[in-house]
Design a protein around this ligand. Structure first.
Ligand code: AP5
Ligand code: MG
Length: 189
């Protein structure tokens, strides 16, 4: 295991959150999910939550400056020195650039970008299923799911072009059982 500063990357429904739960248990590092942070703020109707809600409910990205400030604040805590699992951040090139700056200030760097791929049709099936079970508002409407997929392709996927030349991207096939995918991830870390 070379280092534990890890980004979990991939489209909505790729299994980032599912794999993160298993990985934080294995690696004993904090799980930093921007989606979870926004949902927590929305639940508590904080100012940040009220702002985020208008974007997340439509499947749009929350503005970079808001998201980056939230992550910057979280990364200022000491527990990230030993490692972290970033889940859902960065998802735009400006976020990736800003992350590198923040980590530079902390004397840290990204060791792995775990890029989980799943085809759009499998994503739709997974999210429709979760809509029934968990009732996440952004899973309920096929148009919002499509928006999330489009936003991923236009704004988030270009982050891979930013990270690939650094030699840190590990491509993972996200189809299979949760344990099969987890095994694949363990092998590349
Ligand atoms: P976020 O919460 O990050 O949502 P997302 O990226 O759309 O992805 P999901 O959480 O839906 O999927 P996942 O990859 O975690 O998969 P999961 O493990 O849950 O973001 C939500 C919103 O917040 C964004 O749309 C945006 O508005 C905002 N936001 C967040 N970060 C932002 C940022 N950096 N900048 C700006 N805005 C931001 O799995 C999905 C389902 O599939 C589950 O039901 C699971 O049980 C199932 N599943 C998992 N693995 C498997 C498997 N191997 N086989 C079958 N089913 C599986
Ligand atoms: Mg998630």
């Amino acid at each position: 295991m070379s280092g534990k500063h890890i980004i979990l990357f991939g489209p909505p429904g790729a299994g980032k959150g599912t794999q993160a739960v298993k990985l934080v248990d294995l690696l004993q590092v904090p799980h930093i999910s921007t989606g979870d942070m926004f949902r927590e703020n929305i639940k508590n109707q904080t100012d940040l939550g009220k702002l985020a809600q208008s974007y997340t409910s439509n499947g749009k990205l929350v503005p970079d400056e808001v998201t980056i400030a939230m992550v910057r604040d979280r990364l200022s805590r000491d527990d990230v020195k030993k490692g972290f699992l970033l889940d859902g951040f960065p998802r735009s090139v400006p976020q990736a650039e800003e992350l590198e700056k923040i980590l530079g200030e902390l004397g840290l760097q990204i060791d792995h970008v775990v890029n989980i791929s799943v085809r759009d049709e499998d994503i739709r099936t997974r999210l429709a299923k979760r809509a029934e079970i968990e009732g996440r508002v952004d899973d309920a409407d096929p148009a919002v799911i499509q928006n999330r997929l489009d936003v991923y392709k236009s704004q988030s996927e270009p982050c891979l072009g930013y990270f690939r030349p650094k030699g840190v991207v590990r491509d993972i096939d996200g189809i299979g059982t949760i344990d099969e995918v987890f095994d694949r991830i363990q092998k590349v870390l």
